[in-house]
Design a protein around this ligand. Structure first.
Ligand code: GSH
Length: 350
């Protein structure tokens, strides 16, 4: 998706990116309260739990025609995403696989989110302006436009309706399903169905486990506050990876058969980040992705699907994750796991 990245303009809107002095401390967070952006405040009790992943609060649905408030139409809906975010990445993969790049345009937020305004648009090598032409400079302005009294986190991905100026949905799995289903009559690739009726219960069951043990699981490892939490999170994560490695050992092409499904999309976005981010930075360090033959093969197969490689932007991913400390200081005293390597020379280990 190289065309999504505009040319570098040194006079461009880099202001939010450069102002990174006011970093949040560990007990503060970025929130909008009653429609007012609060860059660095103590969270209210319901949001106080240490967490990095937040549920979407806009849950409307785009339908395949009909009389709904949000019927599918080319060019009407817009995705605000970060290439860095594994959840937003799901929506980009489905958009690519369904051939929706011209039907559902995107704007790219800068991967550095630890700015006074949080997620920011801008004409920079790593971001685009708001192409839905609302002149939004920051993602919090999108939320305020949708709900002037909005209270909550300002998260990606956002599926925006340009006509009603509403956020349709900001929950990645629901957006992914809509992109898969709703646009077939208006130009999506009908030969691709990532959520076929016959496999829905299997996709949901496996998708739920991927979400819990892997997508959120890596954050549980990275944000463990003591050894007990770290050890438990590591066991959850790596038992799951071991189990999926065994599942794919029968030579299947994708997780649930010969064709890719939403389950493959869900497993792909954390796996592709594993060796660059989660293993070294979050200390999910028992094994690397490349130590799992089957999972590596699966990840490469998904990467190789038409259009998917363009959605994987390591420049954004690495800039995003390595800009923050991800609680490194608070992890002092947690001993990470290292791979078990047998250093003995065979036959000479007495
Ligand atoms: N449940 C959401 C999770 C989205 C999410 O947590 N996005 C993160 C980035 S990966 C975010 O924008 N966080 C903003 C913040 O914590 O301030 C989904 O799957 O869409």
């Amino acid at each position: 998706m190289g065309s999504d990245i505009v040319a570098c303009n040194p006079r461009s809107n880099l202001e939010p990116v450069l102002q990174r002095g006011a970093r949040n401390n560990s007990s503060s967070m970025k929130l909008m309260i009653d429609g007012v952006w609060r860059g660095d405040i103590a969270p209210p009790p319901e949001l106080a739990a240490k967490q990095m992943i937040h549920d979407g609060s806009f849950r409307h649905k785009i339908t395949n025609g009909g009389s709904s408030a949000f019927p599918a139409e080319p060019g009407r809906y817009h995705l605000f995403v970060s290439y860095a975010c594994p959840f937003a990445h799901r929506t980009l993969v489905v958009r690519a696989l369904k051939g929706l790049n011209d039907i559902v345009p995107v704007s790219i937020l800068h991967p550095v989110w630890d700015t006074p305004h949080g997620w920011a648009f801008g004409e920079t090598p790593l971001s685009t302006p708001d192409r839905a032409v609302n002149s939004f400079r920051f993602l919090h302005e999108v939320y305020r436009a949708a709900n002037p009294a909005y209270t909550g986190k300002i998260i990606v991905p956002v599926l925006w309706d340009e006509r009603s100026r509403q956020i349709v949905n900001n929950e990645s799995i629901e957006i992914a399903r809509m992109l898969n289903e709703a646009f077939d009559a208006v130009g999506a690739d009908q030969t691709v169905d990532l959520y076929p009726l016959a496999l829905r219960s299997e996709i949901d069951a496996l998708g739920g486990r991927i979400a819990k043990s892997l997508s959120r699981g890596v954050y549980a490892v990275g944000q463990a506050k003591d050894q007990i939490e770290y050890d438990a999170a590591m066991n959850e994560l790596f038992s799951f990876l071991d189990e999926i490695e065994t599942l794919v050992a029968d030579g299947r092409t994708f997780l649930l058969g010969d064709q890719p499904t939403l389950a493959d999309v869900l497993i792909f976005t954390p796996l592709v980040r594993f060796d660059g981010v989660y293993n070294p930075l979050f200390r999910a360090s028992r094994k690397r992705l490349v130590d799992y033959r089957g999972l590596t093969r699966l990840t490469k197969r998904i990467y190789d699907l038409l259009g998917v490689a363009d959605t994987v932007r390591f420049d954004h991913i690495l800039t995003h994750y390595y800009d923050g400390d991800w609680g490194v200081a608070s992890r002092r005293g947690i001993t990470p796991e290292a791979p078990m390597i047998d250093f003995r020379i065979a036959g000479n280990c007495g």
